[in-house]
Design a protein around this ligand. Structure first.
Ligand code: IMP
Ligand code: ZN
Length: 347
């Protein structure tokens, strides 16, 4: 029997989010509040975020998406107060959507005019997550620090040092993200090796665009032995076979982002989720990527999956539970999640 939408309440279903960029997850409303606060004291000349990013506008592609951050959002969220406010707001939004475990990722950003260096930025994010978790103990969060593809090796090594320094405060991994049209990833091999040697986990944006899916780039990344891969779009068959053979590798798939940003050909039913979710070995985890931009919360991603790929109720629950195996949060956290996710009856 196929599941009708009404049979599963995806919002109340306990969910795991493993691929969410902090700044891309800030809601338009939260950005607007930050803007209002700054405007009131003459601290910004920027236009209202609700005009820059009108609600309901999701047609950001690879050409318009990255400049939205570099030329707008980063100029608005540019001090400790706005980083703290937006981090707490992102945490609450995920909690209200029924997320019980969240791995947020962010690119350490110095804000010299606000007296924050990269370490100060990471500390501010971690403190905000801690404060939010005290308010909402049902949601546990961890942090991943991102290397940007445009970084130099020295900058990438700094990200690894920061991740190592803040490990006991909730940083669990490094990521490689940023504009897939830019950069040569082979530059970062020493940084990834250093991260692995320090015991950090590794997740990588993989084959997101044709420009970042050359045979050489994919071979370089596969040789890093990443624990998880994000997107996994433009993958040749030989590399698909390699991924399939890596039992326990996590695949963070982001349907709405890929469809709205036209990163795949066709719509939801053409998404490669359909190809991967039943493959033995890798573990597929539906994720939001940038819910602030694409306005599709994780509950909606699960609804889309169920609608377009006709998963049965038990298949949805089994898939959700499998995600536990690929979190970076440790064994105690896995135990906690098992007790929560197994409460949902598979009948
Ligand atoms: P932040 O790292 O918390 O500042 O989150 C925003 C940043 O995440 C953007 O500036 C990009 O570098 C990165 N990002 C967000 N979405 C994507 C994506 O789909 N692909 C690659 N990078 C991304
Ligand atoms: Zn991403």
């Amino acid at each position: 029997m196929m599941v009708r939408e009404s049979e599963l309440d995806f919002k109340s279903m306990p969910k795991i989010e493993l691929h969410a960029h902090l700044t891309g997850s800030i809601s338009r409303q939260c950005l607007h509040e930050i803007w209002q606060g700054k405007k009131a004291i003459g601290a910004t000349d920027l236009e209202d975020p609700l005009l820059i990013m009108p609600p309901g506008r999701h047609d950001y592609d690879l050409k318009t998406f990255f400049p939205l951050f570099s030329s707008y959002i980063y100029n608005l969220v540019n001090d400790a107060a706005s980083v703290e406010h937006s981090t707490k707001s992102v945490f609450r939004d995920f909690a209200q959507d029924g997320v019980v475990y969240l791995e947020l990722r962010t690119t350490p950003r110095a804000m010299p005019s606000a007296g924050l260096d990269k370490a100060g930025y990471v500390r501010t994010v971690l403190r905000a997550l801690d404060a939010a978790a005290r308010e909402t103990p049902t949601l546990h969060a961890r942090l991943i620090l991102s290397i940007d593809r445009r970084n130099t090796l020295a900058e990438a090594l700094e990200v690894v040092s920061l991740a190592t320094a803040f490990r006991d405060q909730g940083v669990v991994a490094i990521d490689l993200c940023g504009d897939p049209m830019k950069g040569d990833v082979s530059l970062f091999t020493p940084a990834v090796e250093k991260a692995r040697a320090a015991g950090l986990k590794v997740t990588i944006h993989f084959a997101e665009a044709e420009a970042s899916a050359s045979e050489a780039e994919l071979a370089t990344i596969m040789a890093w032995m990443p624990h998880r891969l994000g997107h996994v779009i433009h993958v040749p068959d030989a590399v698909k076979r390699q991924i399939s053979a890596r039992t326990g590798i996590g695949l963070e798939l982001c349907l709405s982002c890929n469809v709205h940003a036209k990163m795949i050909v066709g719509s939801f039913e053409a998404h490669h989720f359909g190809e991967w979710w039943r493959v033995e070995g890798p573990v597929v985890v539906p994720c939001t990527d940038d819910v602030g931009v694409f306005e599709s919360p994780l509950s909606n991603e699960w609804m889309l999956i169920q609608k377009h790929f006709q998963l049965r109720r038990e298949e949805v629950l089994t898939l959700a539970r499998k995600g536990i195996d690929v979190i970076f949060g440790g064994d105690d956290e896995k135990e906690r999640l098992r007790s929560i996710l197994w409460q949902e009856r598979a009948s």
